[in-house]
Design a protein around this ligand. Structure first.
Ligand SMILES: [Zn+2]
Ligand SMILES: [Zn+2]
Length: 348
């Protein structure tokens, strides 16, 4: 089969590899659409596997069940499904406490071959735990693939309870920042300010109902956000980018008693210096966000495939898998908002 195989940092080759065999008790999916995620780009361009190559990444999978192991009754050949990459155990303390995103018993999907390939195999554990969702007839697999990147943003605004009348600043105008902005608007936020250092990325968000766009390479983002909010600052700041500077700026642009979310991970080992007196006297809440619980995963999928959700405007490029390196560049430069790859488009 065709696959985009990582041979080292930045060395991704479109080549032939054996089709995965169906694991005992598992199933195989023919990948129709797979999103290229910010984390994929980070993994593909750095030594993410400490020399353990070749490897196939890719986790935003929608496809058709192509093979099922004997005895598997949950799936039938021909079913179109969306597969959330993480299957929570639903038994541990975190899962039972409503925080399955912290489940310590997940099968680490990054250890198994991913979906930048024509076929992907899933184990018996996945059959047992689910976290797969049937894609209704008539729904575009490309739209359905947005359910995965949407899930953590859905969970974030749900957890911090963005509500009617809120002022919100989103730092980072990538697809995640745009998702966050759309969701904040749906929840009734009054003012949404999107901040980025990259003017191209900001321009890509022009089709969405965002009140202000701030190019932080040209102006002081903190001053600008304060100016736009009559000096008060915003109720909620979400830092959705890998920069410690943005986290500092986030604290400085929050309204007294506001909430600052560290949504985006920063490089391993990087430390953010914060003015703890500001946090103390202004009564700020700092909230670290990661992932989505199993219910939020389901809700995010339902939203992604809802006709009211602007999936087709978020996905700016749909490309054959062969063009993965171009897709990486388009995303890195901010020319593309979201790229979805089609591993099986060429044979059809
Ligand atoms: Zn993703
Ligand atoms: Zn668990």
């Amino acid at each position: 089969m065709d696959a985009a195989v990582m041979h080292g940092p930045g060395d991704v080759r479109f080549e032939k590899v054996p089709r995965p065999t169906c694991p005992e008790g598992g199933f195989v999916v023919k990948v129709e659409a797979i999103g290229l995620c910010g984390s994929d780009i980070r993994n593909l361009t750095t030594d993410s596997r400490k020399g353990a190559y070749p490897h196939i990444y890719g986790h935003e999978v929608v496809g058709i069940v192509d093979e099922v192991a004997p005895g598997v009754t949950q799936y039938s050949v021909g079913d179109r499904i969306y597969v959330y990459p993480v299957a929570h155990c639903l038994r541990c303390e975190f899962c039972r406490g409503g925080h399955s995103e912290q489940c310590p018993n997940v099968e680490n999907y990054a250890d198994r071959p991913g979906g930048f390939a024509q076929y992907i195999a899933y184990t018996d554990k996945r059959v047992e735990r689910g976290a797969t969702f049937p894609v209704p007839k008539g729904v575009d697999p490309v739209a359905a693939s947005l359910a995965e990147p949407l899930s953590s943003t859905y969970a974030c605004v749900d957890n911090i309870d963005v509500r009617l009348g809120d002022t919100v600043a989103v730092l980072g105008a990538g697809p995640i920042g745009v998702f966050l902005s759309i969701l904040c608007r749906m929840r009734g936020a009054k003012t949404i300010i999107l901040v980025d250092v990259n003017a191209d990325r900001l321009a890509k968000s022009s089709g969405f109902a965002i009140d202000h766009r701030v190019d932080s390479s040209a102006v002081d983002a903190v001053e600008e956000v304060r100016r736009l909010t009559d000096g008060l600052g915003v109720d909620k700041v979400i830092s959705a980018n890998p920069s410690t500077v943005a986290q500092q700026q986030g604290l400085a642009m929050a309204k007294k008693t506001g909430t600052v979310v560290f949504f985006g991970g920063v490089p391993k080992g990087a430390l953010t210096e914060i003015d703890s007196n500001l946090v103390h006297y202004s009564g700020l809440w700092i909230y670290g966000h990661y992932g989505a619980n199993s219910m939020q995963v389901q809700r995010a999928f339902e939203l992604a495939i809802d006709p009211s959700f602007p999936a087709s405007r978020i996905v700016t490029h749909v490309l054959p898998l062969r063009e993965i390196n171009r897709a990486i560049e388009l995303t890195r430069t901010g020319e593309a908002l979201k790229v979805v790859l089609l591993p099986n488009s060429e044979e059809e």
